[in-house]
Design a binder for this molecule. Structure first.
Ligand code: GSH
Length: 227
């Protein structure tokens, strides 16, 4: 299998299946594209990604050349191809709950996503403080995420949302990065969970690679003009 991803420092959607596959030991080769400096232009990114997916977005999973795009579809495909890998929890209700929180993440939290883009090598505590005081939408998103994490952690036994590392943790991994880089206030339980996720082998290898990238994508940098 091959996974087409983009810059590890910035591409939060790419991070999800990559850390999931790494963490669960599902083998794959990686094809990494450089994000465009300006989204929607004729940057090489779009010519390259069009070779793999008509949706022209990363990530794309290629199985013998067959393309699966969009993170939710990729998670489901991995679950079908590797049913024992632990993509979703074993228990049917837990599985449904894990799918619910991933869908909620996939479709929502626009305040957090637009105001606090993923930027692994950066640290914006002051920007975070200002955004927090000015944007109720951001506070509401983080409060809801904190609630999901607290409830799941209280109901479970492990360090992750559904016991072992699953797609749910992979979906929230970029959220953990955003909350930590913008130093957004969360509960102790949420802070502990962020540490568990970011220190797990899959996410830490992604972070390590992101820190080695030294690339600057202007459209992903609302808070800096250069590195
Ligand atoms: N819903 C998609 C979102 C994918 C997405 O937006 N990826 C971004 C990079 S993180 C992208 O390819 N952006 C290129 C563009 O918007 O032109 C998924 O879940 O995979």
């Amino acid at each position: 299998m091959q996974l087409v991803v983009a810059n590890k420092n910035y591409s939060s959607w790419s991070m999800r299946p990559w850390v999931l596959m790494r963490q669960l030991g599902i083998p794959f080769e990686e094809i990494e594209l450089r994000l465009p400096d300006q989204f929607g232009t004729d940057a090489p990114f779009y010519t390259e990604i069009a070779k793999y997916s008509p949706a022209k977005r990363v990530p794309v999973l290629l199985d013998d050349g067959f393309a699966v795009w969009d993170t939710l579809a990729i998670a489901e495909y991995l679950h079908e191809r590797f049913p024992q890998a632990g993509v979703w929890p074993q228990d049917a209700r837990q599985r449904a709950r894990a799918r619910s929180v991933c869908a909620e993440m996939h479709a929502g939290f626009g305040g957090l996503r637009s105001l606090c883009p993923m930027n692994i090598e950066a640290s914006f505590p002051e920007v975070g403080r200002k955004l927090w005081s000015e944007h109720a939408g951001l506070r509401n998103d983080v409060a809801r995420i904190d609630q999901i994490w607290r409830e799941q952690l209280a109901a479970g036994t492990g360090e992750f949302l559904f016991g072992g590392f699953s797609a749910a943790d992979a979906f929230f991994a970029p959220v953990c990065v955003r909350i930590s880089r913008f130093a957004l206030p969360v509960s102790d339980a949420a802070r502990g969970y962020i540490g568990n996720v970011l220190n797990a082998p899959g996410p830490s290898r992604w972070i390590e690679a992101a820190l080695a990238e030294h690339d600057f994508i202007a459209d992903d940098e609302p808070y800096r003009k250069s590195r």
